[in-house]
Write a protein that binds this ligand. Structure first.
Ligand SMILES: CC(C)(COP(=O)(O)OP(=O)(O)OC[C@H]1O[C@@H](n2cnc3c(N)ncnc32)[C@H](O)[C@@H]1OP(=O)(O)O)[C@@H](O)C(=O)NCCC(=O)NCCS
Length: 262
């Protein structure tokens, strides 16, 4: 019989060490890019959360966040979320993020931020589609070159805000089947030089990352530059990315003017 899956805070220094194995497996990083266990112990000690998904004694995934103090309200910055390759696609990252949400609410925290590579459709679907976080900023080459699954590309990152007590976030967390994902149908694609200022626009990005970072690094880099220009223009014009979807010619983000009903 398969051991039961449990999501819980880590309980020993050895479990923090095991998280390094999980990171290595999930990101395929060189050893110098893997977050060291003692740093994670310190982060958790100082008010962060380090939680793992365990099947028996084996850690299959984990989420790690640190207290964030520069946004004017209690906040966690979720730095790492990783699931071993063998266990991906089983819903573990969703369970880990929902555990993080409950833990934060129990600790008086209503806002969680994190960053992710906007070309990764899986992560975009999890963050914007499933969890209902919103992307509000593009951080160019945030970590420098990372290697591993990210190859040699600049590490441009979307920064997302997850407002834990937002109505849609609550409904998504409760698994409300009537909560629909935003519809991309009929929404115009963003045109940088257009005079028009539609309430919703699409910003396309190439399919196939992170594999294409290895198979077509030049194409990926070119696409990064075009995407970054569009994203910067939209964020500075007051838009936020609220959804992601696949169209016939590839995936795209749905951007909406902030302050309007979704
Ligand atoms: C990103 C990662 C954490 C996802 O973990 P996971 O446990 O496999 O994800 P889940 O099974 O919980 O899937 C969550 C959602 O992601 C999306 N998703 C998962 N697999 C997908 C795929 N192949 N294509 C598109 N979306 C996908 C879906 O929205 C899914 O929810 P749904 O199936 O209910 O629609 C994992 O792939 C990973 O460790 N990747 C490498 C490290 C990383 O990118 N970490 C996060 C960024 S810092």
């Amino acid at each position: 019989m398969k051991p039961t899956l449990v999501i819980r805070e880590l309980a020993s220094p050895n479990e923090f060490l095991e998280s390094m194995e999980v990171s290595q497996d999930a990101w395929d990083f060189a050893p110098k890019m893997v977050s060291p266990a003692p740093d994670l112990v310190a982060g958790a000690h100082a008010g962060g959360l380090m939680a793992g998904a365990f099947e028996g004694k084996r850690m299959l995934g984990f989420v790690f966040g640190i207290p964030r103090v520069n946004l004017g309200e209690p906040c966690q910055h979720s730095h790492l979320l990783a699931v071993r390759r063998e266990a991906q696609g089983r819903g573990l990252s969703t369970l880990l993020k929902l555990f993080q949400r409950s833990w934060c609410l129990d600790h008086g925290i209503r806002l969680v931020t994190w960053t992710y590579d906007p070309f990764l459709l899986k992560n975009a679907s999890l963050n914007l589609g499933k969890l209902r976080a919103r992307a509000r900023r593009l951080l160019p080459n945030f970590y420098g070159e990372m290697g591993g699954i990210y190859g040699h590309l600049p590490s441009d990152r979307f920064e997302v805000s997850w407002r834990l007590d937002d109505g849609d976030v609550e409904r998504a967390a409760a698994g409300d089947p009537t909560l629909k994902r935003p519809d991309l149908e009929g929404v115009p694609v963003f045109r940088p030089r257009s005079e028009k200022n539609p309430p919703r626009v699409l910003l396309p990005f190439p399919a196939g990352a992170p594999e294409t970072y290895k198979t077509d690094p030049e194409g990926a880099l070119k696409a990064r530059r075009v995407f970054a220009k569009g994203a910067h223009a939209l964020f500075s014009a007051g838009y936020e990315a609220i959804g992601v979807g696949a169209r016939a010619d590839g995936p795209a983000y749905l951007f909406k003017k902030r302050g309007r009903v979704s």
